[in-house]
Design a protein around this ligand. Structure first.
Ligand code: SF4
Length: 596
């Protein structure tokens, strides 16, 4: 495996994925062998193994099942599915069966929120886990039927495109955007992207033309020490396909239905910034897309749309490599993603410098997400004015939304920016709505009094997740699910987030279980604000959003869950005193403290 990867330590994650696939785990021996072969320290290898949740140091089952723990899967019954599977297979969650046949655990989110309950088997997506399908899967495993002989319908992933506008409604044919880019020339095409006012679709909304321009214009000054030439500088284009925000699945659909257009957008970018190499960083949960995407890349090479002298243009060389993630939400953050591409743990870097000047291998790197490159290809064909003709003053064009939860028609919807939440709810068939989570767990929870608000950077910025909750749902349970998600996904680099997110989780669990007191609510709010202000990256800075935004909107629901005392310990107080009673030989009434 190491040889196949050219003994390149930057490809460590890919090597470890392959070892895991062959051995069902990455054993200490395998770690040592890889470290010695690469000439790196074993701790560097073990740190990476321990960081990514899809890698395991102990053997997983021949059939490794991971059920999605996302809130939308919970709402569709994922916990019942897991319990049923465990019964049928004779295991407990987190266990590998004694014969090594099967293991079952939970995973944060599979990006299949509109067709859950969903999960992964040996990394491949399984959807709509009804009781009947669950029993069939258990039967196939108990009969030891090889995965490639399972009925294909178990692995069907629907696209569910419900509403199209100018992007989805005007697909770009392979080569059209590149042809126009070459015909117009670099500066004119830069002008088109600038006119479009396209902003990065991941949520932060940085101006795409500026980012590309910084990469093309500015890096020499930033990268080279004064007086040194710019020779040796390589530029890179990275497509972030690591959408891991629960409730988001639009990039999955774009890669399923329009990968050619996404690669075309990356190639247009490469031409403008002068990059020769690109990466598509594909989240590990989308393994089932890998072969299809490779086939699209191969077809593009065949047609002269990738490789040397693209479309016959001497010097226009560019190719794209797909790299798979391994179950770490934080790798959606661009600097963590670059660390992962370099074979490291996905720990966000200090910024500045920004990846656009000091990215992959310290070189100028454009990182944009799937939807941004998809839109850029359309702009290259239809022009900046065409794109900017819809939207609002500061948010031009259209936005793709992944809509799921309590609605009749979940799926992908494309709207011009400025659309109201009320309109979206009507379109997707939502009724009796309690609230909507905009932008995933790191976003905002809107109550039914705010449905006239608009999706736009000026009002509600979003990466595209839109989860609907009706009045049967429990607000505290929603906040609890999201808070558990952040505590699980914290990379552990900085103390406020590493320590703060589990504290928030424990406090919220205590309140949800009916053990909370008035002081706990104040502490929840204080701690949440602290984690928000003191954390190193966006994950920690938004981890308290589910708590703070629901506390602000529904204080009465939290209040109603409290006990009418000022302080309540978060553990079994009387049980904790049992050892002391035994040691002192006391068991009188005063040696017992009641929590009620
Ligand atoms: Fe890691 Fe959380 Fe700190 Fe971000 S805020 S660097 S995820 S520990």
């Amino acid at each position: 495996i190491v040889e196949n990867h050219g003994r390149d330590a930057h490809r460590l994650l890919s090597m470890l994925r392959e070892v895991q696939q062959k051995l069902r785990h990455v054993s200490p021996l395998a770690q040592r062998t890889i470290a010695e072969s690469l000439g790196i320290c074993i701790t560097q290898v073990s740190a990476v193994v321990e960081f990514y949740s899809f890698l395991s140091t102990t053997p997983l089952g021949k059939f490794d099942i991971r059920i999605s723990d996302s809130i939308t899967d919970h709402m569709l019954g994922s916990r019942d599915v897991a319990a049923r599977l465990c019964r049928r297979l004779g295991i407990l969650p987190g266990e590998t069966r004694h014969d090594g046949r099967v293991s079952l655990t939970f995973t944060s989110c599979t990006g299949l929120c509109e067709q859950g309950p969903a999960g992964l088997i040996n990394g491949y997506a399984i959807t709509r886990l009804t009781e009947e399908r669950t029993d069939r899967i258990a039967g196939l495993i108990n009969n030891d039927t090889p995965l490639d002989e399972w009925p294909g319908e178990l692995f069907t992933v629907e696209q569910n495109i419900q509403l199209t506008d100018r992007l989805l409604g005007n697909p770009v044919q392979p080569g059209d955007a590149l042809g126009r880019t070459l015909a117009l020339g670099r500066e004119t095409m830069f002008g088109e992207i600038e006119t479009s006012q396209l902003r990065g679709r991941g949520g932060a909304g940085f101006n795409t033309a500026w980012k590309w321009r910084f990469c093309y214009d500015g890096p020499e000054a930033a990268v080279c020490p004064p007086g040194q030439p710019a020779a040796g500088i390589e530029r890179y284009v990275v497509c972030n396909a690591d959408e891991g925000e629960p409730g988001t699945f639009k990039d999955r659909v774009l890669l399923q239905s329009s990968a050619d257009q996404v690669f075309e957008g990356m190639t247009v970018c490469a031409h403008l910034v002068g990059a020769k190499r690109g990466f598509l960083y594909l989240r590990g949960e989308y393994l089932y897309l890998y072969d299809r995407l490779e086939a699209v890349l191969a077809a593009r090479r065949q047609r002269g749309l990738l490789g040397k002298a693209i479309l016959g243009k001497e010097g226009f060389d560019f190719d794209i490599e797909i790299r798979l993630g391994a179950g770490a939400y934080i790798c959606g953050e661009e600097s963590a993603l670059i660390e992962s591409l370099e074979g490291n743990r996905g720990i966000p870097r200090n910024r500045p410098p920004y990846p656009v000047t000091h990215g992959y291998l310290g070189q100028p790197t454009v990182v944009n997400n799937v939807e941004t490159f998809f839109a850029a290809a359309a702009i290259a064909v239809h022009g900046g004015e065409w794109f900017a003709a819809v939207g609002t003053e500061k948010s031009k064009g259209t936005k793709l939304l992944s809509i799921c939860g309590d609605c009749a028609r979940p799926g992908i919807y494309e709207y011009p920016f400025g659309v109201t939440v009320a309109r979206i709810l009507e379109d997707c068939g939502a009724a009796d709505v309690l609230g909507v989570q905009i932008g995933g767990p790191s976003g905002t929870f809107l109550s039914d009094k705010e449905f006239d608000r608009k999706l736009a950077y000026e009002d509600l910025a979003t990466g595209g997740s839109f989860i609907v909750f009706d009045r049967t749902r429990d607000v505290i349970e929603i906040a609890r699910n999201f808070t558990h998600f952040f505590a699980h996904e914290s990379c552990g680099f900085c103390t406020p987030c590493r320590v703060g997110t589990p504290l928030l989780k424990n406090l919220l669990d205590k309140i949800a279980a009916g053990h909370g007191a008035t002081g706990d609510l104040a502490e929840l709010s204080r701690l949440g604000r602290f984690v928000r202000s003191a954390s190193h990256c966006g994950l920690g800075q938004t981890a308290a959003n589910p708590i703070l935004s629901t506390l602000e909107r529904y204080p009465e629901i939290y209040q109603a869950r409290l006990k009418t005392i000022d302080f309540e310990p978060g553990f079994d107080l009387d049980g904790a005193l049992a050892t002391a009673r035994r040691l002192t030989g006391r068991d009188d009434a005063n040696a017992h403290l009641s929590q009620s």
